[in-house]
Design a protein around this ligand. Structure first.
Ligand code: S3P
Length: 173
């Protein structure tokens, strides 16, 4: 079942700083598959950084854009299956996006990392609009845990990217 899903695509999800992009690139290289980063696609399509989108248009506009770019990516993946994708930290927390992903049928993997470690990793990330206020960061972390747990697989992400990638590879066997 996991292998069938993984053949369609592997979608990494989890909070800011959980390692989605780094682990995704490693995993793609190990599996000899293409890699796609949803945040990067949004920035490329818009020609401006995510922080700018948040500042100029606000979060609801960003979420609408995120869903549009996710829809386009999943439709490309129907033609080119197997891509390893790093989703954004909030992508899987939106019920509509979860429905799109379930219909697509790829393997969703939650990179589960303790809050203290995420706070440590994100402390210098001035470019992340939702990592600026420590109290809001913590609240968002707790609020999203329930949705993240709906992923097909959960992996302990409080480790090095190499170790996380290795665990996911092990789960695919
Ligand atoms: C967000 C996380 C970011 C980016 C945007 C919103 C979130 O992605 O999509 O700033 O809602 O958690 P990363 O998790 O890659 O930082």
């Amino acid at each position: 079942m996991n292998q069938e899903r993984a053949a369609r695509g592997i979608l990494l999800l989890g909070f800011m700083g959980s390692g989605k992009s780094t682990v995704g690139q490693m995993l793609a290289a190990r599996l000899d598959r293409p890699f796609a980063d949803l945040d990067e696609r949004i920035e490329r399509k818009e020609g401006r950084p995510i922080s700018e989108i948040f500042r100029q248009q606000g979060e609801p506009a960003f979420r609408a854009l995120e869903t549009r770019v996710l829809t386009e990516l999943l439709s490309e993946m129907q033609r080119t299956p197997g891509v390893v994708v790093a989703l954004g930290g909030g992508t899987f927390a939106q019920v509509g996006n979860r429905q799109l992903l379930e219909t697509f049928g790829g393997l969703t993997v939650f990179l589960d990392c303790p809050l203290e470690e995420l706070e440590h990793r994100c402390r210098d990330y001035t470019h992340r609009p939702l990592a600026q206020d420590p109290t809001a960061f913590r609240a968002l972390y707790h609020e999203r845990q329930g949705s993240y747990r709906l992923a097909n697989l959960t992996v302990d992400a409080g480790r090095s990217p190499e170790q996380i990638a290795e665990s996911i590879l092990g789960m695919l066997k």
